[in-house]
Design a protein around this ligand. Structure first.
Ligand SMILES: [Zn+2]
Length: 425
């Protein structure tokens, strides 16, 4: 007769719903560059000394994001990830993690532990934006590396979230340099989603001793490239990402005049990109100081609370290295007195620009805690008039600003701040 023989089988493993969250490890303090809180990321706004125990006193990384936190709360926002059974079968992914760096709930098929893989690739479905991280070393190898990373094998929590710590120690794994760079970039895109409908390449370009970082179009895509230790400086990463957000993305054909008047050299012939050196307080043609000041402003907006009257911009943990605040004026109005006193027409500097822009958010009658409106001003003023040491740049920019704000009251506030900060020349 037909029948189904039911025989005793091993008790089936009970499947249940699992959720896994990937966190970035900032606790590594073994690297010599920046001992103290936050490992390689404590370059951010260290403005005060603080005792972190064990007789160690460091400066407080005083920005709101990354400050004095244990190493595990920073999510890999929107990064692609995959959860596998130990036999390699997919349980979840490849898919983007959510804003908290977590998967949604998935069936663990009775697994007690899983393999976790991820990619330095942030995906925002609703914004149609991707941020992709490459590790290149064109000095020694002809190719860039882009490959899934194995975070390790982890026990699944029987109930609740399983937290997976992703390494940020680029000494034990050079590819982690990309993690550091990507973390800051995807944090920026998540907090200030001003870059829709774009593919963005973040490129770690070897580990040369020289520090530099640039943003540009590469093959029609927005790219930011980091050499030396700049990948580990989150204000620098956000600054370069800020160039993509404020200028390269929204202005399809970047004003060629901007690079024509990029570097001003009061001592002789102008520097020519890419050899030109510019710093937060160097005298520059206003077109260059403006573009850099907007990128500084973006980085400040990523790492500071928008309602604060004073924001910080910092690139290095070493005391005195480029610690800037939004209230810090360059010496002698806008130019260093030893070079040029005062700045002539058409010459300003970056720190005065980002100071005026930050003040626009925090001054009565300004735009309020709204960095998007401030950032939009840059593209609205394009094309910029670049005519060397003449007032033509500001004449054009201020007229465009008035049209952009629409509200005469806001325009008056902006013009007053521009005068106070010395960018109206
Ligand atoms: Zn820049």
């Amino acid at each position: 007769m037909l029948g189904v023989a039911v025989v005793a089988v091993a008790t089936p493993v009970e499947a249940s719903a699992a959720r896994v969250c990937l966190r970035f490890d900032f606790t590594d303090e073994s690297t010599p560059m920046s001992p103290g809180i936050g490992g390689r990321y404590d370059d951010a706004s260290p403005v005060e000394l603080m005792d972190i125990g064990g007789g160690t006193v460091v400066r407080d990384a005083g920005e709101e994001f990354g400050r004095n936190v244990p190493g595990d709360p920073w999510p890999l926002q929107r990064w692609l990830a995959r959860m596998e059974a130990i036999d390699g079968g997919a349980l979840w992914g490849w898919r983007p993690l959510d804003a908290n760096g977590c998967t949604d709930e998935f069936d663990d098929r009775g697994a007690s532990s899983i393999h976790v893989r991820y990619l330095p690739w942030g995906v925002w479905d609703t914004q149609q934006t991707q941020v992709i991280g490459y590790d290149c070393d064109l000095d020694t190898t002809p190719e860039c590396q882009f490959q899934p990373r194995f975070a390790g094998q982890f026990l699944l929590e029987p109930s609740g979230d399983t937290n997976v710590l992703v390494s940020g120690n680029e000494l034990t794994n050079p590819l982690d340099r990309v993690n550091l760079m990507m973390w800051a970039a995807t944090f920026a895109q998540e907090r200030l989603p001003l870059l829709p409908n774009q593919d963005v390449y973040m490129v770690n370009q070897g580990n040369e001793s020289a520090t530099s970082a640039v943003s540009y179009f590469a093959g029609g895509n927005l790219s930011a490239e980091f050499r030396g230790p700049s990948y580990a400086r989150k204000f620098v990463v956000a600054h370069e990402f800020g160039h993509l957000v404020t200028a390269l993305g929204p202005i399809p054909q970047i004003d060629p005049g901007m690079s024509a008047d990029y570097c001003f050299n009061p001592a002789g012939p102008d520097f020519v990109p890419p050899a030109c050196q510019h710093t937060l307080d160097s005298p520059e043609y206003s077109s260059a100081a403006m573009v850099e000041g907007f990128a500084n402003f973006f980085a400040m907006a990523v790492w500071n609370d928008w309602g604060k009257s004073v924001a910080t911009y910092n690139t290095n943990v070493v005391q005195g290295d480029w610690d800037f605040t939004s209230q810090q004026r360059a010496v002698d109005a806008a130019c260093m007195a030893s070079i040029m006193t005062p700045c002539g027409s058409g010459i300003t500097n970056e720190s005065d620009w980002h100071g005026a822009l930050w003040a626009l958010m925090n001054s009565p009658g300004g735009v309020g805690p709204d960095p998007a409106t401030v950032v939009g001003l840059l593209a609205a003023a394009d094309p910029w008039v670049v005519t060397g040491q003449t007032p033509a740049f500001w004449t054009n920019f201020s007229a465009d600003a008035a049209a952009y704000f629409g509200d005469p009251g806001v325009t008056i506030v902006f013009l007053g701040l521009a005068n106070a900060w010395g960018i109206d020349r």
